[in-house]
Write a protein that binds this ligand. Structure first.
Ligand code: MN3
Length: 230
């Protein structure tokens, strides 16, 4: 497989070590610099999730795919601002799907990277504490939950995501699927998302996407899920 690929700068790494990662998780949906969305650094090397996800996939997925959503969101935002300036309501409305797609893509991927961790840094295993209790309350046990989550992923037609979300009204957790880059919004809080787009696995797994859905559990960062559930 590919050699370890470094992406984060030394400054970003030391910031992460200094405890910025917790803040970064809280800020996941608002990663902006001077009004522009920016590509977040990964808190691990591209090759660190192997063998579950190859370094080459991680590099392309982060550096190319995610960057495209960031660029698309910034471009659509500029167009909306221009339409607002001209008081062109029709143009503002017609730009909403672009905001949903590219903004959703940016938010979803930012949350996704944080949902993963190399196994040597605590990725994989089973949830504990409140996450374990919440999953058991909705799905009986972890194994049944995983089976249902993988079935939801396998059932996505075309491109989309499966998420473990918290229903903010009932406090219960549940598995929901979303088409394309539709973000988890409204009465749900996103806890754990798995990208089911072909670009997330094809280079390594080709048509064997069930193998990708099975392998990714070895690099799930349950600590992030716990922080989001709080
Ligand atoms: Mn993706």
């Amino acid at each position: 497989m590919s050699a370890t690929l470094f992406r984060s700068s030394a400054a970003a790494r030391s910031a992460i070590r200094a405890g910025a990662s917790k803040r970064a998780i809280a800020m996941a949906s608002t990663n902006f610099v001077r009004g522009k969305a920016t590509l977040p650094d990964l808190p691990y090397d591209y090759g660190a999730l192997e063998p579950s996800i190859s370094g080459k996939i991680m590099e392309l997925h982060h550096k190319n795919h995610h960057q495209t959503y960031v660029n698309g969101f910034n471009a659509a935002t500029e167009q909306i601002q221009a339409a607002e300036h001209k008081q062109d309501i029709q143009a503002q409305i017609s730009l909403q799907p672009l905001i949903n797609f590219h903004g959703g893509g940016h938010v979803n991927h930012t949350l996704f990277w944080e949902n993963l961790a190399p196994s040597k840094n605590g990725g994989g295993g089973e949830p504990s504490g409140k996450v374990k209790t919440a999953i058991e309350s909705s799905y009986g046990d972890f194994s049944s939950f995983k089976t249902k989550f993988n079935a939801a992923l396998a059932g996505i037609q075309g491109s989309g995501w499966a998420w473990l979300v918290k229903d903010n009204e009932t406090g219960q957790v549940q598995i929901r699927t979303y088409a394309n880059q539709d973000p988890v919004v409204g009465k749900y809080t996103p806890l754990l998302g798995i990208d089911a787009w072909e670009h997330a696995y094809y280079l390594q797994y080709q048509n064997r996407k069930a193998e990708y859905f099975s392998a990714i559990w070895d690099v799930i960062n349950w600590k992030t899920v716990e922080q989001r559930l709080k």
